[in-house]
Design a protein around this ligand. Structure first.
Ligand code: FES
Length: 107
């Protein structure tokens, strides 16, 4: 279990507890917590609507997969801490991670 900080698109920060579940990804946990993430592709690294910027703790995450790198490469404006939240399994999330939501949201 990890407690992370999530900054929404309005700059508001809240803490969120993530269960150490290897069958659920961060995108799914963010959606469960009520964040409006489009996730058009359903979590297979093809839409980037689950994009986040890792503000703190990036060095404790596993590196991006090939599929994630391919998607990040074609995005027009990425920052060095950008990741696809659907490609991060909950059991890989370190305590104290701080992220900012960047992807498209549904209405
Ligand atoms: S949900 Fe589509 S890339 Fe993550």
């Amino acid at each position: 279990m990890a407690t992370i900080t999530v900054e929404d698109r309005n700059g508001e920060r809240k803490t969120l507890t993530i269960p150490a579940n290897s069958k659920q990804n961060l995108m799914e946990s963010l959606k469960e917590a009520g964040y409006r993430i489009l996730a058009t592709c359903g979590g297979i690294a093809l839409c980037a609507t689950c994009l986040i910027e890792v503000l703190q703790g990036a060095e404790q995450l596993p590196g991006p997969t090939g599929a994630e790198l391919d998607m990040l490469d074609i995005l027009p404006h990425t920052a060095s801490g950008d990741r696809l939240s659907c490609q991060l399994w909950n059991n890989q999330i370190p305590d104290g991670l701080t992220i900012r939501l960047k992807g498209d949201e549904h209405s």
